[in-house]
Write a protein that binds this ligand. Structure first.
Ligand SMILES: Nc1ncnc2c1ncn2[C@@H]1O[C@H](COP(=O)(O)OP(=O)(O)OP(=O)(O)O)[C@@H](O)[C@H]1O
Ligand SMILES: [Mg+2]
Length: 173
């Protein structure tokens, strides 16, 4: 099922391959502009956040292993002329740890930042361009809710809605 308006997109991702396809569409949207972007990836353990990040990186041309940054907090990928920082704040006990980690300057006009568990930074992070909330589907696979929060986020959603939607199969009841 896919529903959308200007600011929101709701997708059913039937399997892991569909999550990777969404990542590929997001990579295209990121390549459309040279400006940075901040994407919050939320959802429970195992919701598919790292899989989606892997799909983005593969489509940007990164052929190595995309590992979860759960223990390292951040992984940097330099690919397709982009600096992509993949964060995972799951292990933060207190939001203040985000400030102490010294990441603030990485959230700038040029870097692409994907953040798993942004809520663990307790509102100290800069506001996102795009939020992607993932959860298990009642049927099978995953549901993804995307929402734009800035002109950059809107631009990304418009690339997604023009290119990616036909590739998503509707859920079977
Ligand atoms: N659309 C999908 N349908 C079914 N399984 C999926 C889908 N997308 C991803 N998965 C599977 O979900 C599992 C967990 O995914 P992943 O590690 O990406 O979750 P995560 O949200 O990053 O979890 P964590 O919060 O622990 O970092 C993987 O085995 C992956 O193959
Ligand atoms: Mg993860």
């Amino acid at each position: 099922m896919t529903t959308s308006d200007n600011l929101h997109l709701h997708l059913h991702l039937a399997d892991e391959a569909a999550t990777l396809v969404l990542g590929s569409a997001l990579a295209n949207a990121l390549k459309e502009s040279s400006s940075g972007a901040l994407i919050y990836l939320s959802g429970d353990l195992g919701a598919g956040k790292t899989t989606l990040s892997r799909g983005i990186l593969r489509a940007l041309g990164f052929s190595g292993r995309v590992k979860s940054p759960t223990y390292t907090l951040v992984e940097l990928y330099v690919v397709s002329k982009l600096n992509l920082y993949h964060f995972d704040f799951y292990r933060f006990g207190e939001p203040e740890e985000w400030q102490e980690a010294g990441f603030r300057d990485l959230f700038n006009e040029t870097n692409i930042c994907l953040v798993e568990w942004p809520e663990k930074a307790g509102g100290l992070l800069p506001p996102p361009d795009l939020t992607i909330a993932m959860k298990s589907s009642l049927i099978s696979g995953r549901e993804a809710h995307l929402a734009a929060h800035s002109p950059r986020g809107l631009q990304m959603l418009s690339v997604l809605t023009s290119a990616a939607l036909p590739t998503f199969a509707p859920p079977t009841m």
